[in-house]
Design a protein. Structure first.
Length: 116
């Protein structure tokens, strides 16, 4: 039963990653790493497919081995934060428009503090 829940969570994470590839407010790589975590506990075949993927595999392995985020990934996260902040400042009422700024400061500083 737990294995099925991990498998479902893995596929849900991949779905969110696919949405994140289109929308700047959702992080793609984070959800792919989460999917790899879930698949490691439910389906070694799906985990192997992610680890062998030419785009995501190196990022997953770097995260697992060193907790590392590539410089390109850090810049992509910063751009996504900037887009989210811009959209919130235009469309969200006060005080909700401040939430993306706070998230960018907190999460962004953690991201940039990670090794490369």
């Amino acid at each position: 039963m737990v294995r099925i829940l991990y498998l479902a969570a893995g596929f849900a994470s991949l779905g969110l990653a696919a949405i994140g590839a289109i929308l700047p407010v959702l992080p793609t790589t984070v959800f792919v790493i989460l999917a790899a975590y879930c698949f490691a506990r439910s389906s070694p075949a799906f985990e192997a497919r992610l680890l062998n993927h030419s785009l995501f595999g190196p990022h997953i392995l770097a995260w697992r081995e060193r907790g590392a985020i590539s410089r390109k990934g850090k810049f992509a996260a910063s751009v996504a934060f900037a887009l989210s902040i811009s959209v919130a400042l235009v469309f969200a009422p006060w005080p909700w428009s401040v939430a993306p700024i706070l998230a960018a400061l907190l999460i962004g500083s953690w991201i940039w503090a990670r090794p490369e």
